[in-house]
Design a protein around this ligand. Structure first.
Ligand code: AHG
Ligand code: MN
Ligand code: MN
Length: 425
C-alpha cells in the first residue's frame, strides 16, 4: 500500500467580506461548486484533507473583498487514507501535472464542459510532437529548403511550412473537434464535410512561424487561435471565421527551441508546458505566467528602419539612450521567430515590434493567425498588444489573410511606443 501524498483540483470559491481567503478550510469552498468538488474527490480511493489555496485568480488569496466575488483557484489536497498506486510517494510528489491532467482539472470548474476542448488541446500537442520530431532530424531527411511554390501571401514556401500545415490538417480533420480550419499557408479554409465527424470549434493557425530559421537550426514555432461556432444546422462560411480577437475562446503557441513547449490560455491566465521527450508528455512547467510591467529588451527587424515613420524611428532611438535611472539602453534581441521573441518577453519583459512601413502601412504579420492569438496570450499575462493606435484584439477583421502592425509585450513598453507613434512623446 502506497500513499498518494497530494492531489490538486481547480474550483471556484465564492468570496465574501467575511470569507476573504479562499480554500483554507473545507467551509471556504462555498457556492454551487461545492457539490462538484465532493464528486471529484469521491472518485479517488482515499480521503482528502483540503489543503491550502495554491494560487488565486480574481481578487486572489488574502486580497480585500468588498462584495461577493468568484475566485478561480487550484486547491491542494492531502490524502489521509492509503491508496494502491503503482508509483512511489516520492515520484508522485515530484511529478508535475501532464497537459491532459491539467486541462481536465481546469475543466472541472466549468459546469457543462464536455471534455471536447481538452481533447482538442491534446491534438495540438500531438501536432507539436510530430513537427518537433521532424525538426530534430531535419538536416538528415531532406526536408530543408523550399518547395518551389509561393503561398497566398506571396511568400516562398519552405518544405517544412508545407509539412507542418499538412500535420495540422491531417490531425484535425479526423479529430472530431473542429468544423473549420484556416491557415496562413492555405488560400481558402478547409470545411469538414457535414457527414464527417466534426465539432464546435474552428481552428486558425500559423503552422510554422519563423520559417526563415528552418535551414539554420534556429527556433521555430506554431501559433493557434480557437473560435467557437454555435450553429448546428449548417457548417460555417468563410465570413464566419473572420472575427475580432476578443471572440477567441482560446489561443496558444508551440515553441520548438532547445525544448518543445506548448503555451496556451483560455482567458484564465497563461500556462506553459514543456515536452518531456522521454515519456512524450507535456508537463506543467510554467504556472500562471506574468509578464513584467516593463522590460529591458526590444525585438525588431531593424533592417527596415529607413522604411518606418518618424515616430517609430524616434521610439527606437529612445530605447538606445544611455540613462541608468530609466533602465536604458535596452538590449536588442531578435530571432526572426515571433513565437520565440514573444516567449522571451513573456518571461522577462520588453517589447516586440513589427511596424507598418510608410509604403506598406498594414505591416507584415497576419491578424488572425499571429497577432490575435499572441495578443490574447500577452494580455492574459498582464501585457499589451497594439497596432500603435488601437488594441489588437479589437481590430475589425475584414479578410482571412489580413495583415496588421504589431507592438506587443510589457504594458509600459507598449504604451511608450504608442506615445511616440501617435506623436505624443
Ligand atoms: P512566418 O514564418 O510564419 O511567415 O512568420 C514570420 C514572421 C515572424 O515570426 C517574424 O518575427 C517575422 O515574420 C520575421 O520577419 P522578417 O524576416 O521580416 O524580420
Ligand atoms: Mn508566422
Ligand atoms: Mn508561418
Amino acid at each position: 500500500m502506497l500513499r498518494l501524498s497530494r492531489a490538486s483540483f481547480f474550483c471556484r470559491c465564492l468570496l465574501s467580506p467575511s470569507n476573504q481567503s479562499c480554500g483554507v478550510t473545507a467551509n471556504a469552498v462555498s457556492g454551487r461548486r461545492a457539490t462538484d468538488l465532493q464528486g471529484v474527490l469521491a472518485q479517488y480511493d482515499g480521503g482528502f484533507d483540503l489543503g491550502r489555496c495554491k494560487f488565486g485568480g480574481g481578487p486572489g488569496e488574502g486580497a480585500a473583498v468588498e462584495k461577493k466575488e468568484w475566485c478561480e483557484c487550484r486547491l491542494l489536497f492531502t490524502q489521509t487514507k492509503p491508496a494502491i498506486l503503482s508509483h512511489t510517494e516520492e515520484t508522485m510528489r515530484e511529478f508535475p501535472l501532464t497537459l491532459t491532467q491539467f486541462v481536465i482539472q481546469s475543466q472541472a470548474a466549468y459546469p457543462g464542459a464536455t471534455g471536447e476542448f481538452s481533447s482538442l488541446l491534446t491534438q495540438i500537442g500531438l501536432v507539436g510532437k510530430l513537427i518537433a520530431q521532424d525538426l530534430r532530424r531535419a538536416g538528415l531527411i531532406n526536408i530543408l529548403g523550399t518547395t518551389g511554390d509561393t503561398n497566398v501571401q506571396g511568400e516562398t514556401v519552405k518544405k517544412l511550412d508545407a509539412i507542418a500545415n499538412d500535420d495540422f490538417v491531417r490531425v484535425f480533420q479526423s479529430s472530431g473537434h473542429v468544423c473549420a480550419l484556416a491557415s496562413e499557408e492555405m488560400e481558402k479554409p478547409v470545411f469538414l464535410p457535414g457527414n464527417w465527424p466534426h465539432g464546435k470549434y474552428m481552428l486558425l493557425f500559423d503552422p510554422l512561424d519563423g520559417s526563415s530559421n528552418t535551414d539554420n537550426n534556429m527556433p521555430l514555432g506554431a501559433i493557434f487561435s480557437i473560435l467557437k461556432y454555435d450553429r448546428t444546422d449548417r457548417l460555417p462560411t468563410e465570413a464566419e471565421l473572420i472575427r475580432r480577437g476578443t471572440e477567441q475562446v482560446a489561443a496558444g503557441y508551440l515553441l520548438y527551441g532547445s525544448s518543445t513547449m506548448l503555451v496556451y490560455t483560455v482567458g484564465q491566465g497563461v500556462y506553459g508546458f514543456t515536452l518531456e521527450p522521454g515519456i512524450g508528455e507535456y508537463l506543467l512547467s510554467h504556472e500562471r505566467i506574468k509578464i513584467p510591467d516593463k522590460g529591458k529588451v526590444y525585438a525588431t527587424n531593424e533592417g527596415n528602419y529607413s522604411k518606418w515613420s518618424e515616430g517609430i524611428k524616434k521610439y527606437l532611438g529612445s530605447l538606445k539612450v544611455n540613462d541608468k535611472a530609466t533602465g536604458r539602453p535596452y538590449s536588442g534581441r531578435y530571432s526572426g521567430c515571433l513565437v520565440a521573441d514573444v516567449h522571451r518577453l513573456l518571461l522577462g519583459g520588453g517589447i516586440y515590434l513589427y511596424p507598418g512601413e510608410v509604403d506598406k502601412p498594414e505591416g507584415k504579420l497576419r491578424l488572425l493567425y499571429e497577432a490575435n492569438p499572441m495578443a490574447l496570450i500577452v494580455e492574459q499575462a498582464g501585457g499589451k498588444a497594439s497596432t500603435g493606435t488601437s488594441r489588437i484584439l479589437e481590430v475589425e477583421a475584414k479578410k482571412l489573410h489580413q495583415r496588421v502592425p504589431l507592438f506587443i509585450g510589457s504594458r509600459h513598453d507598449v504604451e511608450q511606443a504608442e506615445l511616440y507613434i501617435q506623436g505624443r512623446a
